[in-house]
Design a protein around this ligand. Structure first.
Ligand code: FCB
Length: 445
């Protein structure tokens, strides 16, 4: 399908997304306190090749050049997260003026360049000192997060009009507190359910705080969401796929919309009740201005007797012999269409913005160029699906590519490259990839 930017209308929002820990580096500069990712990456065998984000893209020191690059790419909206422990090295209390000044300079330069800044409050880097008190498992996280939110709104709210509360609560609670493969490396159902409930309360509370302090702003939160299909039409595979859908796609969205946790499809979630206090049911609800959809692939699910709690397992792309990215995620553009359609069906959803979509492939610099045709096609095919959904009546109002620069991809280290811009991590040289040039051209005024 051929399309142009005009097909989306003048008010469609185009952008690119990043996260503090993945690009900033400067892990102990200017009074920053350690985060759970600083600690986790120090532990043996947690991250592929022993990588860490201590330096990463050195964006902390190079933000000026990188924002100018963003401008050069004609990208009008820039989503980034605030490193909590840069602003609050003790997690709460003392506000680090150097941390505030860094984000102030960054926001001011965006605005000078005509780029709209979009803040994500929490993209997974909890201050380590709060983890020592239990982190997301401790209900006090609601107070800690509220304080952090207030500080950010107070300092940046005069200029930043778009606020995102959490980045993918399912991923940071699932990978960080159930599977133990992300920071802080905790495992087990009880840890997970406590962390999940507190994150669900924080996503709503954060929304309330931002809206109560700022009159003129839009607030949303982001959700990982993949179209899910059963491996076969057998009843047990269909049931398994419904359970995984409840867990991966619905667990955080539905309580926000006033529907409670999806316990009907996934009984085990009833155990969240243990962590519920009076008033929580109402406090889980908040009417966001927009829902951020983050979509990368589809999942195919099979019944599995041996998998505890869900009795289901995901059949990865390599086992299905389908086209895949370096993350072993299937390339399946209609997934974003189905996800948009489905989120759009919830009565409480006002607007949807695709806050992340992108792909990692092997990139090579040849004669100063990176011809990343696979990524380019991935983006084109997904954007075409977004247009199809929009034309079908879905209230989708924007699209952000993940991501600007190749960066630290969490447990996978630096190997999977997702950037529109290639980064040589030895020299910090930036090279715009063919996909970046395509996006630039597409966005040309
Ligand atoms: C998402 C994360 C983002 C990045 C992409 C590839 O789940 O939000 O930080 O790692 O995946």
């Amino acid at each position: 399908m051929l399309f142009t930017k005009e097909d989306f209308g003048d008010d469609f929002i185009w952008g690119v997304s990043t996260a503090a820990y993945q690009i900033e580096g400067a892990h102990d500069t200017d009074g920053k306190g350690p985060s759970i990712w600083d600690t986790f990456t120090q532990q043996r065998k947690k991250i592929a090749n022993g990588h860490n984000g201590n330096i990463s893209c050195d964006f902390y020191n190079r933000y000026q050049e990188d924002l100018i690059l963003l401008k050069e790419l004609n990208i009008p909206n820039y989503r980034f997260s605030i490193s909590w422990s840069r602003i609050l090295p003790q997690g709460i209390g003392f506000v680090n003026p150097l941390g505030i000044s860094y984000y102030n300079r960054k926001i001011d330069l965006c605005l000078e360049l005509g780029i709209q800044p979009w803040i994500t409050l929490y993209h997974w880097d909890l201050p380590q000192i709060l983890q020592q008190k239990g982190g997301w498992i401790n209900r006090d996280v609601i107070q800690w997060f509220s304080y952090f939110t207030e500080v950010c709104v107070k300092h940046f709210g005069d200029r930043v009009k778009h606020w995102i509360i959490l980045n993918e609560p399912m991923v940071f609670t699932g990978a960080g507190y159930f599977l133990g493969v992300h920071a802080p490396g905790k495992k087990g159902l009880t840890n997970f359910l406590a962390a999940a409930h507190h994150a669900a309360l924080c996503q709503a509370e954060g929304g309330r705080i931002v809206k109560s302090l700022l009159n003129d702003c839009k607030v949303g939160s982001t959700f990982s969401y993949s179209h899910i299909e059963p491996f076969s039409q057998k009843d047990n595979d269909i049931n398994a796929s419904k359970k995984v859908d409840a867990l991966l796609n619905r667990l955080f969205l539905e309580p926000l919309l006033g529907m409670g946790y999806p316990t009907k499809e996934l009984k085990i979630l009833e155990r969240i009740e243990r962590f519920m206090l009076n008033g929580d049911e109402a406090n889980l609800i908040f009417n966001m201005d927009f829902i951020g959809l983050q979509n990368y692939t589809r999942e195919v699910v099979k019944y599995s007797f041996f998998t505890p709690f869900v009795k289901a397992r995901i059949i990865k792309a390599d086992k299905r012999k389908v086209e895949k990215t370096l993350m072993n995620w299937e390339v399946y553009p209609p997934s974003i269409f189905y996800a948009l359609k489905r989120i759009n069906e919830y009565p409480g959803v006002k607007e949807i913005i695709v806050t992340e979509n992108g792909a990692a492939f092997i990139d090579k610099i040849e004669e100063g160029e990176v011809m990343d045709g696979k990524r380019l096609n991935f983006l084109k095919d997904h954007i075409a699906q977004v247009l199809a959904a929009k034309n079908d009546g879905v209230k989708v109002k924007g699209y952000f590519v993940w991501t600007l620069l190749d960066n630290f991809e969490w447990a996978e280290g630096f190997h999977p490259r997702f950037g529109l811009v290639h980064v040589d991590f030895e020299t910090q040289k930036r090279t715009i990839k063919a996909s970046g040039k395509w996006y630039k051209n597409f966005l040309k005024a």
